[in-house]
Design a protein around this ligand. Sequence first.
Ligand SMILES: CC(=O)SCCNC(=O)CCNC(=O)[C@H](O)C(C)(C)COP(=O)(O)OP(=O)(O)OC[C@H]1O[C@@H](n2cnc3c(N)ncnc32)[C@H](O)[C@@H]1OP(=O)(O)O
Ligand SMILES: O=C([O-])CC(=O)C(=O)O
Length: 376
Amino acid sequence: MTTPQIHRGLAGVVVDTTAISTVIEETNSLTYRGYPVQELAARRSFEEVAYLLWHGELPDAGRLREFQARERALRPLDRTTAELLARLPQTCHPMDVLRTAVSFFGAEDPIEDDTGPGENHRKSLTLLARLPTVVAADHRRRHGLDPIQPDPGLGFAENFFHMCFGRVPDPEVVRCFEISLILYAEHSFNASTFTARVVTSTLSDLYSAVTAAIGALKGPLHGGANEAVMHMLNEIGDPARAGAWLDEALAANRKIMGFGHRVYKHGDSRVPIMQEATDRLVSRAADPGAARLAALHTALREAMIERKGIHPNLDYPAGLAYHLMGFDIPMFTPIFVMSRVTGWTAHIVEQLDHNALIRPLGSYNGPGQRPVPAPV
Ligand SMILES: CC(=O)SCCNC(=O)CCNC(=O)[C@H](O)C(C)(C)COP(=O)(O)OP(=O)(O)OC[C@H]1O[C@@H](n2cnc3c(N)ncnc32)[C@H](O)[C@@H]1OP(=O)(O)O
Ligand SMILES: O=C([O-])CC(=O)C(=O)O
């Protein structure tokens, strides 16, 4: 019997074709439907990128207007959802709230067993529109505040600030946020997207796939790293301590959050553009703590590259950026969900388009076959 080749973590395994995005390791580049993500981040809105991921082409002015109108109309939560979410314990992580909300939307949706592309686009747009309302309402209740209703006069990014804080910051801050959403939207067969595809491959429904994907994104080796970055910076505290802290952490075999990547080995294609946006936030911040945090962020990045040759991933600048925008740390990964739901749902539709049940093999290394002993 030949020993099967085992690919732990499916590293390097190509499981299917996809026309949604490609991560090109050799050139550290990433394209959505063929367009370089850097150009999309520089020139387009998050809503246009969502449309592109779902429909394969950028919208013209009329289609964009129609898309925006539909998204804006779907933002409010119904009373049952609002009451359910208000009952969840505040000790749970906001990702648990989001996961529960998506599961509940699935239970409420009467056409749950229809997996056709039209229905799935409707469900995807509903999630895109409603998830920010859930995240913002949950943020406010944790501060003892009433929810703020969505404003249909505001774009996706502006409306999120409005629902969280009751005001929309300077356009430059909103733009940095929107850039982060564009960069987070899609990344090929990452762990959470693959999770969504596995669930979809059994012909389960879109809400089940997105619920599972949220669970996968929550972990600190994936999306949860953007929160872990901020906790780590707070733990280090002082830029002068960065090198010594890193040496101790590496000696203790700790994973340094926000560094390393399964696909990019010479730097994440999205980091330069997110780092520039974060630098803009630092330079306009009134709080002197922002400059100290930025110095620490730079010192740790340089020390990690010098010691290990391991570069930051998108979560490293995004974590600091979300802090500088005023978001609480446990909101960082939910914000990632608000964006990545576009990529997940594009993959769900694509998986169904040429479905094959995803079911790999395992190489058994347990005890040989043996008789069950008589009961005692
Ligand atoms: C949006 C995203 O999801 S981006 C990823 C966010 N996750 C993180 O930032 C968590 C920290 N990073 C990591 O844990 C890893 O880099 C991962 C999980 C992202 C990728 O890991 P893998 O592709 O499995 O690479 P692997 O873990 O085998 O790393 C290869 C080597 O680099 C080391 N390494 C990789 N990343 C790190 C890190 N962040 N800190 C310390 N060492 C690291 C590993 O210890 C390993 O060393 P070894 O060969 O001496 O054992
Ligand atoms: O691609 C990955 O493995 C993780 C990642 O960067 C993402 O999902 O954005």
